[in-house]
Write a protein that binds this ligand. Structure first.
Ligand SMILES: [Zn+2]
Length: 122
Protein backbone atom coordinates (compact mmCIF):
# COMPACT_ATOMS: atom_id res chain seq x y z
CA UNK A 1 0.00 0.00 0.00
CA UNK A 2 1.28 3.40 -0.99
CA UNK A 3 1.50 6.05 1.63
CA UNK A 4 -0.41 9.05 0.41
CA UNK A 5 0.03 12.57 1.55
CA UNK A 6 -3.41 13.55 2.69
CA UNK A 7 -4.33 17.17 2.41
CA UNK A 8 -6.08 18.67 5.41
CA UNK A 9 -9.85 18.97 4.94
CA UNK A 10 -10.97 22.07 3.08
CA UNK A 11 -7.37 23.06 2.29
CA UNK A 12 -6.71 23.71 5.98
CA UNK A 13 -9.00 26.73 6.05
CA UNK A 14 -9.89 27.90 9.55
CA UNK A 15 -13.49 27.15 10.61
CA UNK A 16 -14.09 30.87 10.95
CA UNK A 17 -12.86 31.60 7.42
CA UNK A 18 -14.85 28.69 6.08
CA UNK A 19 -17.94 29.99 7.86
CA UNK A 20 -17.63 33.37 6.19
CA UNK A 21 -17.14 31.80 2.74
CA UNK A 22 -20.04 29.41 3.33
CA UNK A 23 -22.32 32.29 4.34
CA UNK A 24 -21.37 34.10 1.13
CA UNK A 25 -22.16 31.01 -0.92
CA UNK A 26 -25.52 30.54 0.80
CA UNK A 27 -26.34 34.19 0.09
CA UNK A 28 -25.34 33.76 -3.54
CA UNK A 29 -27.46 30.60 -3.79
CA UNK A 30 -30.53 32.36 -2.37
CA UNK A 31 -29.99 35.29 -4.75
CA UNK A 32 -29.68 33.06 -7.83
CA UNK A 33 -32.70 30.98 -6.85
CA UNK A 34 -34.75 34.14 -6.44
CA UNK A 35 -33.43 35.44 -9.77
CA UNK A 36 -34.46 32.23 -11.56
CA UNK A 37 -37.89 32.27 -9.89
CA UNK A 38 -38.32 35.88 -11.03
CA UNK A 39 -37.37 34.95 -14.59
CA UNK A 40 -39.92 32.12 -14.55
CA UNK A 41 -42.62 34.42 -13.16
CA UNK A 42 -42.05 37.04 -15.84
CA UNK A 43 -42.33 34.58 -18.72
CA UNK A 44 -45.60 35.25 -20.49
CA UNK A 45 -47.43 33.63 -23.39
CA UNK A 46 -47.23 36.92 -25.33
CA UNK A 47 -43.57 36.42 -25.99
CA UNK A 48 -43.77 34.03 -28.87
CA UNK A 49 -44.56 36.20 -31.84
CA UNK A 50 -45.27 34.18 -34.95
CA UNK A 51 -43.62 31.18 -33.35
CA UNK A 52 -40.36 33.08 -32.76
CA UNK A 53 -38.94 34.16 -29.45
CA UNK A 54 -38.80 37.90 -29.01
CA UNK A 55 -35.46 39.59 -28.35
CA UNK A 56 -36.52 40.21 -24.77
CA UNK A 57 -37.30 36.55 -24.23
CA UNK A 58 -33.94 35.62 -25.71
CA UNK A 59 -32.10 38.00 -23.37
CA UNK A 60 -33.98 36.46 -20.47
CA UNK A 61 -33.08 32.97 -21.63
CA UNK A 62 -29.42 33.95 -21.60
CA UNK A 63 -29.78 35.39 -18.09
CA UNK A 64 -31.46 32.20 -16.91
CA UNK A 65 -28.70 30.04 -18.39
CA UNK A 66 -26.00 32.18 -16.74
CA UNK A 67 -27.84 32.13 -13.40
CA UNK A 68 -28.18 28.35 -13.54
CA UNK A 69 -24.46 27.94 -14.24
CA UNK A 70 -23.54 30.13 -11.26
CA UNK A 71 -26.09 28.34 -9.09
CA UNK A 72 -24.61 24.95 -10.01
CA UNK A 73 -21.09 26.23 -9.22
CA UNK A 74 -22.25 27.61 -5.88
CA UNK A 75 -24.01 24.38 -4.93
CA UNK A 76 -20.93 22.37 -5.93
CA UNK A 77 -18.78 24.61 -3.71
CA UNK A 78 -21.15 24.10 -0.76
CA UNK A 79 -20.95 20.36 -1.37
CA UNK A 80 -17.14 20.55 -1.38
CA UNK A 81 -17.21 22.33 2.00
CA UNK A 82 -19.47 19.59 3.40
CA UNK A 83 -17.19 16.85 2.09
CA UNK A 84 -13.92 18.57 3.05
CA UNK A 85 -12.68 19.17 -0.49
CA UNK A 86 -13.10 22.90 -0.58
CA UNK A 87 -10.30 25.32 -1.45
CA UNK A 88 -8.26 22.87 -3.50
CA UNK A 89 -7.45 23.59 -7.13
CA UNK A 90 -9.05 21.06 -9.44
CA UNK A 91 -6.12 21.19 -11.86
CA UNK A 92 -2.92 21.30 -9.79
CA UNK A 93 -4.37 20.16 -6.42
CA UNK A 94 -2.74 23.17 -4.83
CA UNK A 95 -4.45 25.38 -2.31
CA UNK A 96 -6.54 28.22 -3.70
CA UNK A 97 -5.59 31.56 -2.10
CA UNK A 98 -7.96 32.77 0.57
CA UNK A 99 -7.92 36.19 -1.10
CA UNK A 100 -9.18 34.58 -4.30
CA UNK A 101 -11.86 32.58 -2.46
CA UNK A 102 -13.08 35.76 -0.78
CA UNK A 103 -13.69 37.32 -4.19
CA UNK A 104 -14.92 34.14 -5.87
CA UNK A 105 -15.90 31.54 -3.22
CA UNK A 106 -17.05 29.06 -5.86
CA UNK A 107 -13.66 29.10 -7.64
CA UNK A 108 -12.54 25.69 -8.88
CA UNK A 109 -9.02 26.68 -9.84
CA UNK A 110 -6.17 28.56 -8.24
CA UNK A 111 -5.20 31.91 -9.73
CA UNK A 112 -2.41 30.47 -11.86
CA UNK A 113 -4.44 27.57 -13.29
CA UNK A 114 -7.36 29.90 -13.92
CA UNK A 115 -5.06 32.26 -15.83
CA UNK A 116 -3.64 29.41 -17.91
CA UNK A 117 -7.14 28.15 -18.73
CA UNK A 118 -8.36 31.62 -19.69
CA UNK A 119 -5.35 32.07 -21.96
CA UNK A 120 -6.11 28.69 -23.57
CA UNK A 121 -9.61 29.89 -24.20
CA UNK A 122 -11.22 27.28 -22.02
ZN1 LIG B 1 -4.01 25.22 -9.72
Amino acid sequence: MKSETRNPPNAGLKPQELGVLRAGLLEQRAFRREQLAGIRRSTGPDEAVGGRRTARAQVRDHLAVAARIVLADVEAALHRIDTGHYGQCRACRGVIDLSRLRICPQALYCRECHRVREAAGG
